[in-house]
Design a protein around this ligand. Structure first.
Ligand code: NDP
Length: 311
């Protein structure tokens, strides 16, 4: 029995369609389309791809978007000035600062400089606090995407035992709050958790957000669990790809031809054997992150331009 795949692409497409419709309606009412500005500091290749994809997704949904690029050597004060200027710009509805930032820049100071009303990644401490207090707030996009995927796939959350591996501010922590709000019993694990497998094996709903390729294996997974693999790791070693996917897998060819393949934090073949539901990598949680970013941008624009709440 193989796990059923949860189709993140299809769910993301549905959300993007709803956002595009919302943008059309907003344009009819106000004459303006929402505008997102993505701030990219330095030239980390993965960050460049993420920002490019986010900007392209905006235009597909009928929104305006821009990339504000700054060199890795930018003084922190200049970066803060740029972020504050975007906050003061009446044309800008959403601001995201692509992470990670280069060494030497204080991430908290940058996040604090974002206008909370335009904080479409939901990372400003005010919005993180509002989420913790169950007040309406923009929710970080990846955790929001995970909950959407579960809901739209008909997988219940209330009363379930959820175990999240990873406690970052972007994924693990906000997801724990969201699942708790939906009445799951939530445990958060991290690098100091003892006997990780004993904890994760209790999960009806297991979420991996670690950043280590194929780290969670069969022994971590309760048979019949739902496994959500948030991890996106680039694997550029054909031998390692063969040991995970099998020597004849197209993934091994992909490494040889393209230079890399993407693998999650969960061992895909072992999880396939144990889980009832599983998100693929790529094509699982990744597409939902962008869809939820677009939705947050539309909501921020409506709230700011039309006085509508409803995060
Ligand atoms: P971080 O590096 O910020 O956090 C990783 C977390 O995993 C930390 O809490 C760390 O623990 C924990 N951890 C690391 N190693 C272990 C281990 N051996 N056992 C248990 N816990 C461990 O990562 P992010 O949250 O930013 O990202 C996690 C993954 O999700 C990455 O692969 C990233 O690429 C991916 N990602 C995917 C997105 C998407 O759109 N699908 C969006 C964002 C991220 P500790 O706190 O103790 O150090």
């Amino acid at each position: 029995m193989g796990a059923r795949r949860l189709d993140g692409k299809a769910v993301a497409q549905a959300i993007r369609g709803e956002v595009a419709q919302g943008v059309r309606e907003m344009r009819q009412r106000t004459g303006a389309a929402p505008k997102l500005v993505a701030v990219l500091v330095g030239d980390d290749p993965a960050s460049r791809v993420y920002v490019r994809n986010k900007v392209a997704a905006c235009s597909e949904a009928g929104m305006r978007s821009e990339e504000a690029r700054l060199p890795a050597s930018v003084p922190q004060e200049d970066l803060l000035r740029t972020v504050r200027a975007l906050g003061a710009d009446a044309e800008v509805d959403g601001i995201l600062v692509q992470l990670p930032l280069p060494p030497g820049i204080d991430r908290a100071a940058v996040l604090l400089a974002i206008d909370p009303a335009k904080d479409v990644d939901g990372l400003h401490p005010l919005n993180a606090g509002r989420l913790a207090m169950r007040l309406p707030a923009p929710v970080p996009c990846t955790p929001a995407g995970v909950v959407e995927l579960l809901d739209r796939s008909g997988i219940p959350i209330a009363g379930k035992r959820a175990v999240i591996v990873g406690r970052s501010e972007i994924v693990g922590r906000p997801l724990a709050l969201l699942l708790l709000q939906r009445d799951a019993t939530v445990t958060v694990c991290h690098s100091k958790t003892q006997d990780l497998a004993a904890v994760t094996r209790e999960a009806d709903l297991l979420v991996a957000a670690i950043g280590r390729p194929a780290w969670l294996v069969a022994g971590h997974i309760r048979p019949g669990a739902t496994v959500i693999d948030v991890g996106i790791n680039r694997l550029d070693d054909a031998g390692r790809a063969a040991s995970i996917f099998g020597p004849d897998s197209p993934r091994v060819r992909e490494v040889r031809e393209r230079g890399y393949t993407l693998v999650g934090d969960v061992h895909p073949l072992e999880a396939e054997e144990r889980a009832a539901f599983l998100t693929p990598v790529p094509g699982g949680v990744g597409p939902l992150t962008i869809a939820c970013l677009l939705r947050n941008t539309l909501r921020a624009a409506r709230a700011r331009r039309e006085g509508e709440g409803g995060w």
